[in-house]
Design a protein around this ligand. Structure first.
Ligand code: SAH
Length: 233
């Protein structure tokens, strides 16, 4: 059994041609990317590292890590976003960036401990068994390496902001992008990390100010948040 939801993958495939349009449905990912990139690089120092991006989609984060890292591998199970990611990398001329259509669990069986840094951003909330992806990431990273996740918290405020405001009022995202029941509390994600043998190091919230239309990192993890973990050395 493959740990993926065909409807979710189809949703991302349908929009794939607009992935690199900074004013499209993917605008929020473009806008938060410099923030998360700087945070990841600040903790894990990407220079010279082999990086894996799980659920890379069209490659916004993966491609941005390539100039900093030694190699970046992006994996996803939606083929059209991967096609877009490959084309964009070709256009940009990034040579140390590879994309593969493979599940995290399958790559973990194939290449355990192969990566210095593993990232999986805005992806766990689209997967039927997110704890299984967390375990795969823990297997893929080498001892001493870093694993970064980001997802949406599950509480009334996250429902109001990430679904009602983002999808209906401000129309930052298409309706139906997110399903509230799949949102993940930081305590749940931290528990899956610990059960997978990872040590949770730190977390940050991602906030959006609709008046200034600016994103920023904050201590408040009540809506969208990032979690940094390490595999003990
Ligand atoms: N991580 C990227 C893209 C986030 S969009 C970024 O933050 O910029 C969510 C991505 O997760 C989509 O590309 C979708 O195809 C992918 N995805 C959803 N379910 C998946 C699964 N089970 N395995 C791998 N990728 C999945």
């Amino acid at each position: 059994m493959i740990n993926a939801d065909a409807q979710e993958l189809a949703k991302f495939s349908e929009l794939a041609h607009r992935w690199w349009d900074p004013d499209s449905e993917f605008r929020p990912l473009h806008r938060i990317n410099p923030l998360r990139l700087e945070w990841i690089d600040g903790l894990a120092a990407l220079r010279g590292k082999a990086v894996l991006d799980v659920g890379c989609g069209g490659g916004i984060l993966a491609e941005s890590m390539a100039p900093l890292a030694r190699t970046v591998t992006g994996i996803d199970l939606a083929s059209r976003p991967l096609g877009v990611a490959r084309l964009h990398a070709l256009e940009t001329g990034v040579a140390n960036l590879n994309y593969r259509e493979i599940a995290a669990e399958a790559l973990a069986a194939e290449q355990p401990s192969a990566f210095d840094v593993v990232t999986s951003m805005e992806m766990l909330e689209h997967v039927p068994d997110p704890a299984s992806v967390v375990r795969a990431c823990a297997t893929l990273v080498r001892p001493g390496g870093w694993v970064f996740f980001s997802t949406l918290n599950r509480n009334p405020k996250a429902f109001a902001l990430a679904i009602v405001a983002a999808e209906y009022l401000l129309r930052l995202l298409p309706r139906g992008t997110h399903e509230f029941a799949r949102f993940i509390r930081p305590s749940e994600l931290a528990r899956w990390c610990r059960e997978a043998g990872l040590v949770v190091e730190t977390s940050r919230g991602i906030e959006y100010n609709p008046f200034t239309q600016r994103y920023g990192l904050t201590a408040d993890t009540s809506v969208n948040y990032l979690l940094a973990c390490r595999r003990p050395g």
